[in-house]
Design a protein around this ligand. Structure first.
Ligand SMILES: Nc1ncnc2c1ncn2[C@@H]1O[C@H](COP(=O)(O)OP(=O)(O)OP(=O)(O)O)[C@@H](O)[C@H]1O
Ligand SMILES: [Mg+2]
Length: 383
């Protein structure tokens, strides 16, 4: 099939910043794109060839959207999986598969998947309600501190709580969830794996993720990760095995913990471009977005080698009350060498909303990190 300057249509569910960055490469290749998002002003709204307002979780909206597209992909997991399954059964190409999405949408199913496939992850137990947790606690079956996770609809650290006391347990929402061991984390790292239908596979360099302790959001991504070559090899092995178990086509971002005992555990995965791969635009020979397109269209995968080390700094809203966004001091960074600003195009800023990111490259990662941390202090996203 000819994808370039042709009648071919790539359908993308979700029109946020991940979609927007995918679109840059679709434009470069002159691949026709059709995007659906519930927000008429979503970052992709002005850039997609065709932009449809619709509910990504609604069966009919997804079916109607996909009717005249050739390949379907996503930039968000929370989409109607029944519709995608129906489309697959009727011969449409859907990457990631409905099966993968169904497993990933539910954190309990996701953990069960790791267990079933002998993939390393922290010990856990699934619960159907709060009473069941309290009963287990009273029977001495839950050791605190532990980590509670809502089975469904968690994102950006929402739906995750550290529990230290019985009172913490009692204040949890009454919903399907899991409780897992609180891991003594030395470092959080991520490996983005790409695979295509021809069974080609490639991993992006292991990166280190630093989180904001209050918001639980990724604050910095550092490439390469400062880890031993032994741990690096293990991280690639685990990430590749995970992607193979899912029979993943497209990208699979594998978030991993390195424990205090130098053990590697899988935290969770995302079958799409990921925040831990934004720096690949500047740091790698092929960006994660280019690679995702190549993977889902079964083109040869690009070279994931690192061109230059770098750090990515997330720009998130700091204002409590939603309002028109203002990027304070953003002009000052333009005079610093190696700095690229990415502004997602969300008009309203609110607390912890991801609004943009900055990538800083430097031949010396330490120097990039130093500049990145200064920039984080300098720029304020407010209303
Ligand atoms: N078992 C655990 N032990 C210790 N810390 C944990 C554990 N699970 C999660 N965390 C911490 O909470 C963070 C968020 O957890 P997780 O990635 O599962 O949630 P999420 O809502 O999907 O977040 P995001 O969308 O930002 O990836 C992790 O990156 C880690 O810092
Ligand atoms: Mg996560």
């Amino acid at each position: 099939m000819q994808f370039f300057s042709s009648n071919f249509k790539l359908g993308i569910l979700g029109g946020g910043q991940l979609g927007k960055m995918l679109l840059y490469d679709c434009r470069r290749y002159d691949i026709f794109t059709k995007i659906m998002d519930p927000n008429k002003n979503a970052p992709c709204s002005k850039i997609a060839d065709e932009f449809i307002v619709g509910d990504l979780t609604n069966y009919n909206d997804v079916i109607n959207f996909c009717e005249n597209v050739d390949v379907i992909t996503v930039e968000i997991e929370n989409v109607n999986v029944d519709a995608l399954e129906f489309l697959e059964n009727n011969g449409k190409k859907v990457f990631p598969s409905s099966n993968t999405l169904r497993t990933i949408q539910n954190k309990s199913k996701q953990k069960d998947f790791y267990k079933k496939n002998n993939l390393p992850t922290s010990a856990y137990k699934n619960y159907i309600n709060l009473d069941a947790i309290i009963n287990d606690f009273n029977a001495g079956k839950i050791q605190l501190p532990a980590v509670w996770k809502s089975a469904e609809f968690g994102y950006d650290g929402k739906g995750v709580k550290i529990i230290n006391t019985l009172d913490d347990i009692k204040s949890l929402p009454n919903t399907h969830c899991l409780i897992e061991d609180k891991v003594e984390i030395k470092k959080e790292i991520s490996v983005i794996v790409s695979r295509n239908e021809n069974k080609e596979e490639a991993c992006f360099p292991v990166v280190e993720m630093e989180f904001n302790p209050t918001s639980n959001l990724v604050e910095y991504i550092m490439c390469p990760a400062d880890i031993s070559s032994d741990l690096e090899t293990q991280a690639y092995e685990i990430a590749l095995k995970t992607a193979q178990c899912f029979n993943s086509i497209g990208l699979l971002a594998v978030e991993l913990f390195i424990t205090k005992n130098n053990e590697i555990l899988i935290n969770e995965v995302a079958p799409r471009p990921h925040n831990s791969g934004h720096h690949t635009i500047e740091c790698c020979l092929t960006s994660q977005f280019d690679q995702h397109i190549r993977s889902v269209l079964n083109l040869s995968l690009g070279d994931t080698g690192m061109k230059i080390p770098g750090i990515m700094v997330n720009l998130v809203g700091e204002n409590e009350i939603e309002g028109d966004v203002f990027y304070k001091n953003i002009e000052t960074i333009f005079k610093i060498p190696g700095v690229s600003a990415h502004i997602y195009g969300k008009k309203k800023s609110r607390l912890n909303r991801k609004m943009g990111h900055i990538t800083i490259v430097n031949k010396e990662i330490e120097k990039a990190i130093e500049i990145g941390k200064k920039i984080k202090e300098l720029i304020k996203v407010t209303a």
